[in-house]
Design a binder for this molecule. Structure first.
Ligand code: FAD
Length: 477
């Protein structure tokens, strides 16, 4: 009889191109998946119902994938420090394998679990990276330090050879009926719905969950849109980006497969423009890794600003302004359209994420951590490292050599939504206004009142001046 290896899935909800799972299969034929619904994560106050709904959809599909290859995915609910070792002991598993994560909570939890498993004589697969193309310990500066600036990171990271996709799990042996009973006694449960877990999301998913859908999305994107990415990526009314962020967050797709698809796209074109576009998309994948490496090396980023000037920045944190921003009622059409997009579908275009984050911190003088949390409570792709990195970049508090970057909402709208299509889509009350009015925000008080659209809550010119004054004072402290 083969030894049993339990494979603990966390943010790698797939059986293809999964490095830890492939390593388990190399050691034994009997590989069984397990996923633990962790109250330390699910009971926090920043969980987005849309994200849980997407995750449960991925788990449903993962269960089917395991069944197709002859095994099972077990579901546990409870503190993983207890649940994982208890299940492994009950099933006399030889080993528990999983892929590593950069997040501070995971790092601490995993070390505890390794200790507990080793005490029980159960083997583990240590330091196996899967969600990123390079380990955070492989990309260092010439003086052996982690990078804190993206451009040299990108140069180094992109010059390194990338691994090919890992073998898809196949021909495995699952648990016997009797072992399944044992697993149930050791607390394995049926997969609950998001509602069972207390998360209600009525608006449907704009991004289909699961490995198959993520694979199709990648194929479609790399077939054509990737060649125009550089041109189209900044226009929120246009479907010019991959929308793979949720799949990458939960690992419904493997990053090596994604990279291989970009290399193939590059080989399939001779056009310089297309190649530049493909390179631009590869660079976004590198941003994702840059932020993950940063979180791994500087876990304090989770708590707040990286740059000294912003550690005690005297944000005003006006409660009414914050509410207006959350609801998409600031009176600045491009900002409000973006916030309503996220509130409605759980996803927001990258250009708009930058605009609203900049507006919250530089115009409303509100602490980026409040915005970061609100995003995390709403986004289908909410990811600690990317969200934190994006907020710190927008607030100018992070690892970014440019000191301050202030966006003018009207110029942003004029440049990136020139026909006002995006604004009209998400602010139906403004549909009948002229494009010029929508973009500049020059709409009279009377016209705003007539369609119940608010007046601007602040004056951009005054606020950005105020921000600069405070910033200067902080620098001189
Ligand atoms: P594409 O343009 O197709 O990019 C491909 C992939 O690269 C994305 O799926 C994503 O995994 C990665 N990526 C792209 N841009 C970035 C970036 N700037 N930083 C890190 N990774 C990137 N992304 C998240 O995945 N989760 C978040 O919680 C998140 N919060 C953000 C908050 C702010 C304030 C900002 C400015 C950006 C945030 N981003 C976040 C990054 C980016 O907005 C999204 O990854 C992107 O909009 C997702 O759409 P896409 O999959 O079509 O991206």
């Amino acid at each position: 009889m083969s030894d049993l290896i339990l494979f603990w899935h966390r943010r790698d909800l797939r059986i293809s191109d999964n490095t830890g799972l492939a390593a388990a299969r190399q050691r034994t034929q009997k590989v069984v998946g397990v996923f633990c619904l962790d109250p330390n994560i699910l009971e926090r106050d920043d969980v987005a119902p849309v994200r849980v709904t997407y995750m449960i959809g991925c788990l449903q599909q993962l269960q089917q994938r395991y069944a197709q290859v002859g095994s099972q995915l077990l579901i546990l609910q409870g503190e993983p420090r207890e649940a994982i070792p208890a299940l492994a002991t009950a099933l006399s598993a030889k080993a528990v394998f999983w892929n590593w994560d950069v997040e501070p909570y995971s790092q601490v939890r995993d070390r505890d679990i390794i200790e507990s498993l080793k005490e029980k004589g159960i083997q583990v697969l240590e330091e196996n990276w899967d969600q990123i193309l390079h380990s955070p310990d492989d990309i260092f500066t010439g003086s052996n330090q982690p990078y804190t600036v993206f451009t040299p990171f990108w140069r180094n990271w992109s010059s390194k050879p990338k691994a090919a996709p890992a073998e898809t799990l196949k021909n495995v042996e699952g648990l016997s009926e009797q072992e399944l009973q044992t697993a149930k006694q050791a607390s394995a449960i049926a997969l609950p719905t998001a509602k069972d877990l207390g998360f209600s999301w009525e608006n449907g998913l704009v991004i289909e969950p699961g490995e198959a859908a993520a694979g199709e999305r990648l194929e479609q994107f790399c077939h054509r849109a990737i060649e125009e990415y550089k041109e189209q990526r900044n226009f929120p009314a246009y479907d010019g980006t991959s929308q793979l962020s949720a799949a990458l967050k939960f690992g419904a797709i493997g990053i090596r497969r994604v990279w291989a698809a970009t290399v193939e796209a590059m080989e399939n074109t001779r056009s310089d423009e297309a190649q530049t576009s493909i390179r631009a998309w590869q660079q976004e994948l590198a941003w994702r890794e840059f932020y993950q490496h940063a979180m791994y090396h500087f876990p304090e980023l989770e708590q707040g600003a990286y740059r000294q000037q912003f550690k005690n920045f005297p944000y005003e944190n006006n409660e009414e302004y914050f509410q207006a921003w959350c609801e998409g009622r600031t009176g600045y059409p491009i900002v409000d359209a973006a916030m309503r997009q996220m509130n409605n579908i759980g996803w927001m275009h990258n250009r708009c994420r930058m605009i609203v984050a900049n507006f919250l911190t530089k115009d409303l003088l509100i602490d980026p951590r409040l915005g970061e949390k609100y995003f995390y409570q709403r986004l289908i792709d909410g990811d600690l490292s990317a969200n934190n990195g994006g907020w710190q970049w927008s607030a100018s508090s992070g690892m970014d050599p440019k000191p301050i970057r202030i966006f003018n909402p009207a110029s942003q709208a004029q440049k990136f939504d020139p026909e006002g299509e995006y604004i009209r889509e998400w602010l139906p009350e403004l549909r009948s206004f002229d494009t010029e009015e929508l973009l500049s925000g020059n709409i009279s008080k009377r016209d705003r009142a007539a369609v119940d659209y608010p007046n601007p809550i602040v004056d951009h010119k005054i606020q950005q001046r105020q921000f600069k004054v405070i910033y200067q004072q902080q620098k001189e402290l």
